[in-house]
Design a protein around this ligand. Structure first.
Ligand code: DAH
Length: 358
């Protein structure tokens, strides 16, 4: 058979093969078209053989033969290119089908948390004190007896130690029962030649109490301390008034009642006029018109001296308030345990209250 004939039959067969290939599934199609390519254009492929025979062909046939061979090569390359594109389109469609997003589905609700009410009240109070030039200091929760009691004018065997039932870790180490030891720790470090000491110290304290509506074995206190020359009871009263008004409203007034704390002399218990009945007498103030909110006093000279402060030159006031108690009074919470149980129904009550401030 002449070369022309051979090539023409080949061309016909190729058209047929390509038609067959186009009917296949995309992956098989790619494979089949590659097979066809190596059959014809591979090292021992039919086109290579035809090319070899070309040199023996009649000179006048050569251009026709050359054209035929080129046509076959182009046809195969086109078929490959077309198949490649087709397969890619198919794959893309498949992927898009899998990845479709149903925009008619309802969205998932994103639930936002808020700061715990105790954190909010604490931050509020911190803002107030910072605005008055106080520094915020923290102390250790695992404390030594010397600082928790000794330096607070409560030597061993002092009967007032019974006021605070203590978790002891060893005879000298305990979980602090109050934030007052931070007073001693801060005074010791303070350089009084550079100015007065004004600090608050918030933090957790621990008592061996049975938990009930008003007691918890762990709660939070904020200690306050101001030491300078010529600090008087008047400074204490003015400061306490600012705190009471800030927390419970401008119309509030305060009242000091004599009390006893080993680390202050004189010591006072501070009452605020009832914010519910404004002093008329109600269930919140137990018909007295006043609510006890914190303890305070003038720092005992022994406390100053034990922390290296000259009590003949310096004087100061201190106060200690319970964060939970403050918050319970402010928001009418009737059980301290609500703060720790984290029932969202309880927590959410404060959400709207706080949202505007966020
Ligand atoms: N530490 C006292 C307590 O836990 C509270 C207290 C009262 C602190 C009077 C003070 C203060 O600084 O002056 O019961």
């Amino acid at each position: 058979m002449s070369l022309i004939k051979t090539l023409e039959t080949m061309q016909g067969k190729i058209v047929e093969r390509i038609q067959q290939i186009n009917a296949l599934e995309p992956e098989e199609r790619m494979k089949a078209v590659n097979e066809l390519k190596s059959e014809l254009l591979g090292k021992r492929g039919e086109i290579v053989q035809a090319r070899q025979q070309l040199k023996d062909a009649l000179p006048e046939d050569k251009p026709i033969l050359g054209q035929l061979i080129n046509k076959i090569i182009t046809a195969i390359n086109e078929a490959i290119e077309e198949t490649k594109q087709y397969v890619e389109t198919c794959q893309l469609e498949e992927r898009l089908k899998k990845e479709t997003i149903d925009i008619s589905l309802p969205g998932r609700e994103v639930r936002m948390g808020t700061k715990h009410i105790l954190t909010r009240v604490l931050e509020d109070l911190e803002d107030l004190f910072i605005s008055m030039g106080y520094q915020v200091v923290e102390g250790p929760e695992v404390e030594v007896d010397l600082y928790n009691f000794g330096k607070m004018n409560l030597p061993k065997e002092h009967p007032a130690r019974d006021m605070q039932d203590t978790f002891y870790i060893s005879s000298e180490v305990l979980l602090r029962t109050q934030t007052s030891p931070v007073q001693a720790r801060t005074m010791e470090k303070h350089d009084f030649s550079k100015g007065p000491l004004k600090m608050i110290s918030p933090g957790k304290v621990y008592r061996r109490d049975d938990d009930d509506a008003t007691h918890s074995h762990q709660f939070q206190q904020i200690e306050g301390l101001v030491i300078d020359k010529h600090i008087t009871m008047g400074d204490l009263k003015g400061t306490l008034e600012v705190i009471a008004k800030y927390m419970f409203g401008e119309e509030r007034s305060i009242r000091l009642r004599p009390s006893y704390f080993p680390f202050t002399e004189p010591s006072v218990e501070v009452d605020v006029s009832c914010f519910k009945c404004s002093g008329q007498g109600c269930s919140v103030c137990k018909k007295t018109g006043w609510i006890e909110v914190l303890g305070a006093g003038m720092v005992h000279p022994n406390v100053l001296e034990m922390s290296g402060v000259d009590s003949t030159q310096y004087s100061g006031f201190a106060f200690g308030l319970g964060l939970e108690r403050f918050t319970m009074l402010k928001y009418g919470v009737d059980d301290i345990r609500h703060f720790y149980q984290n029932d969202v129904r309880f927590l959410n009550q404060f959400k709207t209250l706080l949202e505007g401030e966020a």
